[in-house]
Write a protein that binds this ligand. Sequence first.
Ligand code: ACM
Ligand code: ZN
Length: 564
Amino acid sequence: MKSFLKFKLLNIAWPILFLGLVFSSCSSPKYPDRDNKDEDYYVVPQPARLNPGTGAFLLSDDVAIQAGDFQKEAAFLRDYAKSDFQKDIKDFEDGKAISFALNSSLGEEAYELKVTPEEINIEGGSAKGIFYAVQSLRQLMLVEDGDLIVPAVEISDTPRFAYRGTHLDVARHFFEVDEVKSYLDILALHKINTFHWHLTEDQGWRIEIKQYPKLTEIGAYRNGTIVGHKPGTSNDNERTGGFYTQEQVKDIVAYAGERHITVIPEIELPGHSSAAIAAYPYLSCFPEEKTEVPNDMMSETSKEQQAEGRNKIVQETWGIFDDVYCAGKDSTFTFLQNVLDEVIPLFPSEYVHIGGDECPKANWERCPECQQRMAQEGLKDEHELQSYFIQRMEKYINSKGKKIIGWDEILEGGLAPNATVMSWRGEEGGIEAAKQGHDVIMTPTDYCYFDYYQAQDKEEEPLAIGGYLPVEKVYSYEPLPEELTSEQHEYILGTQANLWTEYIPDMEKLEYMLLPRLAALAEVGWTKNTEKDWEGFKNRLSALRATYDELGLNYATHVFNKDE
Ligand code: ACM
Ligand code: ZN
């Protein structure tokens, strides 16, 4: 339109407009009557409402994207046409239109997508809704006779749950910035809106903290890793690790934000803290005690370092370790508060995940300072000491305007007043938390742990932590427990896949463990359970698989090979 006005000023608009009319009347839709088939409408997760139409829109060279305020979303559409189909959408100014518009009557994540042979109209409740419409459009694109087309359709869509998460442990194995970004691209394809970034562990501390440089100088690297499944056959004696600078963290958070994904950082406490303790031994109840790597699996370098007087090392095997943050010393809390002072400004998320799982109490039981704390605070056992620890940190985090999420162990000894519970040891923790009026995210191991095997015959599978979680079982998950009332169901914010990386050293394996199980959980999180349909899902997954192939993603094929 801008160029039209310019021509008008030059007083030559009429001949041009006339030519334009002649031109557009010549360029009638190329696919007005295309007989669309069921498989032309395979979208994962299944939209709330989808009505097939007749004919198809041709994404020809003369397509114009009228994106208004949604230029970023338009750029994604172009990127997807290029990455999935090697097609350039050139954006011809007065050509056939794809238009994006805000519709404030829709929910934030909702959208309407109308495709006719003449045009594509997208309306979203916000940029987020428009982004999801673009994801659906991406899955509807197909190539016919060398043309990129979209079958006519009307979709009206909105997610079932507000929280649709995927977690990644970058501590057991480190993933580079570009790898995390490609992980985020996969989440975006599945309309996942939350990335839970597990940044600290026994085996590595992954985020730069300027006030505590040893966290990354020492804590981000381990001298070796056990070989094979725990307890392992030996130690590989290879130094490994890495960390994200604060600038890199900002870059990743911005990259996620463009894809409408919120990043929740996890700074784990009070357990799983060996890497921080290796960097700053005073954080332990017993700084003078040597770190133990069970089953005699310690690397040669660490043995030498301990012989030379360094007691604490970054863990080299997997599991749960007694050496945790001392709950008795105020210096522990000062350290954690200072760390959070640097972490919180990097993440726009309203939540900070503080871990809280798998914290053995053995050291606290024999630590004079922890015992003194218990006496002073009138705490009857070490579970109450853990609760004290979490509540003290919650108070601090709340004072910074953020809310905490913790694994379901934070129920033990009394729940922190404003905490959201991530239920992982089954659903019991989530049920109890909802009964107490706390928000819950459901991530039970049986349905949501993507570090589990994907076949019953483990011999035929790459090494995994254990268990058995096929796609069908993920798909069968219902996050709203029957034990809760409909009022209590309101506390269940949604669900999340967890990807722990003890046995996932690289992207190829990561993709294999993630896909296509993520597609199943994405549908659990997005689609109304009355609309869920395993057979239909399997059909639709075959189309998503073509996108995986186009993107060069690695994925498990069991679900495609089975007949039933
Ligand atoms: C967990 O899997 N330890 C939360
Ligand atoms: Zn202590």
